[in-house]
Structures are given as C-alpha cells and as structure tokens.
Design a protein around this ligand. Structure first.
Ligand code: AMP
Length: 316
C-alpha cells in the first residue's frame, strides 16, 4: 500500500483522510500505524485510495465477496496479497443477485469477524458499501451477459447473473483493479465475468483460484452454515460425485452421457438430496459438450434440504 500521498492531487483537490473508520469494525482496536486496514463505505473514497496507490506504481487487486468469510475467501485474499501492492476485499450482500424467494434477508452477515479475517490475510482495504451506495435511488443500469446468464446457475436462478454482472462491473470500475480474484467454486460465475470483462474491455485480469474444501471433501461455502448435522452429511454427495467423475476421467472415460449418468447414480444413493443440474460444458460458453476434454467444466448443483449447493471440477 502506498506510504505517502505527496503532491498527488485528487479530483476536486480533496486530500485523503487516512485516519479512517476503524470504529465501524467493533472487534478490532484501531492500530497506530499508517498501514492499518481501512474500511471504506463509498466508491469515491475507494477510488481515491486505489488511484493514490496506482500513482505510486502499485498493482491493485480486488477480491469481491458477500462476506461470511471462510478459508475459501482467505485463499483468494492470500493470492491477491502475493500478486498485488494494494488488496481490496469487498464485502457486499448484493440484493440484485438474489431471487424474490431466495435467502437475501437471512444470508449470514458477520462483518466484524470478516474484517478480522481480511486483516489477518493481509488485506489493505475492506470496501463495504451500503445498498444505496452501489444502487443509488432510481438505479436503472444493469449488465446482461446474453446467453451465459441463462445457463447453469442462471437457468435455475433467473436474474442471478444479471445481478452478479452488474455488481462486479461496479466493483471493477470503482477500484479500477488490475487483477480481480474469483474462486473456481463458482465456475459459471467465472465464465460470465470473463466474458463480460472481454466484451466491455474492462482493464482487469481475472485470476481464478482453486476450490478450498473441508478435509472430508465438502467445498467451503457461506451457505454451509445453513446445514443441519444430517444435511451436512448428505451434502458430501456433491464432492463424492465430483471425485467419482475425476476418477472415471482418469480411467479414460470421456463421454458426457456416461459421466452424467454415473453422477446421477451417485446422487440417487442420497435420496434426500435433490439434483438441480449435472452438466458437462465448455467453460467459456457454458454450452453442453458430448465429450470431455482438457478445460471442460463438469458442474453439479443440488438442494440439500432448502440449501442449494454447487461443486465442480475442470477436466485435466
Ligand atoms: P461469495 O462470498 O460466496 O460471493 O464468494 C466470493 C468469492 O469467493 C467467489 O469468487 C467465490 O467463488 C469464492 N469462493 C467461495 N467459496 C470458495 C471455496 N470453497 N474455494 C475457493 N473460492 C471460494
């Protein structure tokens, strides 16, 4: 992070206030050093910080999240820390990516713990805007990635990817990030964001980080918090099915019909779990393919109780 803001003049000649709002993050005492992690609430403040650091020659990285941070998010922050001079972690539960009957209201919100984790992993800035900050009154501008928006999770969750594309665009423009870090866990989201960044010629490079799993295989997800002990056990069927596909592919199987059929068989053994989709697709277009080849995406989504979980593997 930039140490000083010498003669650098910001738009409107505003000087930065570096004594920021640590008091908004209750569990952490305000550190004395200038390197203290900042919590910023407005796009204008954020841009002032990132521009100042860019002026100093730093690479700007952003890790977009919805909070309830876990070891999966931590791995993204660490990757950003390794590759960037300034690391921004955004924490924003984005209302436009939730359907009317989805879990927006009850989505876990653990801001103080999130700030502690972000700081421990080396974040410089937590950007935590209000809904009104990212969607000003009368907001009427949305980003639609045609085609991709209605595939995989977009098919089951109409409007979801429109919300994702819109908020990621706002975050990328707000930070003017050079690098943006996403998890392979949300593989369809990765395809969507890559397409969007290419189409809009956004000056950011998308970095994809591997799926972080519990020791028993379950992919970490903020939504795992919804699972009862029994559902937590049932949820293992997702990672079990992924491992099964990986072993079939390692054994030479490539046919989509077989891989999908075998996966259905694995899910059938856990009858309380309802499959949403099982798909073998081209990772760029999210269109189905008949044969797996290196880079092809095998993805599953399923409801465990009322909790929808996803998992995937990219064919080696
Ligand atoms: P979320 O807060 O769920 O919107 O996720 C924020 C970012 O963290 C997304 O890029 C996710 O793909 C990524 N992420 C979530 N879970 C994992 C995981 N288990 N391993 C790696 N990345 C993850």
């Amino acid at each position: 992070m930039a140490d000083k803001f010498p003669e650098f003049k910001l738009q409107g000649n505003r000087q930065l206030d570096r004594s920021n709002a640590w008091n908004q993050c209750g569990t952490i005492a305000k550190p004395d050093t200038e390197e203290a992690m900042q919590i910023l609430r407005t796009v204008e403040e954020l841009r002032e910080w990132t521009r100042a650091d860019r002026y100093e020659g730093n690479t700007i990285g952003i890790v977009p999240t919805m909070g309830a941070l876990h070891a999966g998010h931590a791995s993204l922050i660490r990757a950003a820390r390794d590759q960037c001079g300034l690391v921004v972690v955004s924490i924003f539960v984005n209302p436009t990516q939730f359907g009317p009957h989805e879990d927006y209201a009850r989505y876990p919100r653990t801001f103080a713990a999130d700030c502690a984790l972000a700081e421990a992993e080396g974040a410089d800035i937590v950007f935590a805007p209000s809904v009104e900050e990212l969607y000003p009154p009368g907001a009427a501008t949305f980003v639609e990635v045609e085609g991709l928006s209605s595939r995989l999770d977009g098919q089951s969750r109409p409007g979801h990817f429109r919300g994702v594309a819109t908020v990621v665009t706002k975050l990328l423009i707000g930070t003017e990030a050079d690098l943006a870090f996403f998890g392979q866990k949300d593989a369809a989201q990765v395809a969507l964001v890559r397409r969007m960044v290419t189409d809009l010629r956004l000056p950011a490079t998308i970095v994809v980080c591997p799926i972080v799993r519990e020791p028993d295989g379950l992919a970490l997800s903020s939504r795992n918090a919804y699972l009862s002990a029994e559902e937590r056990r049932q949820a293992l069927v997702l990672s079990r099915s992924i491992r099964h596909v990986e072993s079939l592919v390692a054994g030479g199987e490539r046919r989509a019909d077989t891989l999908i059929g075998e996966t259905r068989r694995v899910f059938a053994a856990e009858s309380a779990v309802r499959v949403d989709y099982i798909e073998l697709v081209n990772w760029d277009t999210l269109l189905p393919v008949e044969t797996a080849s290196p880079g092809t995406l095998f993805a599953v989504a399923a409801f465990v109780g009322t909790t929808r979980l996803i998992d995937n593997t990219v064919i080696a």
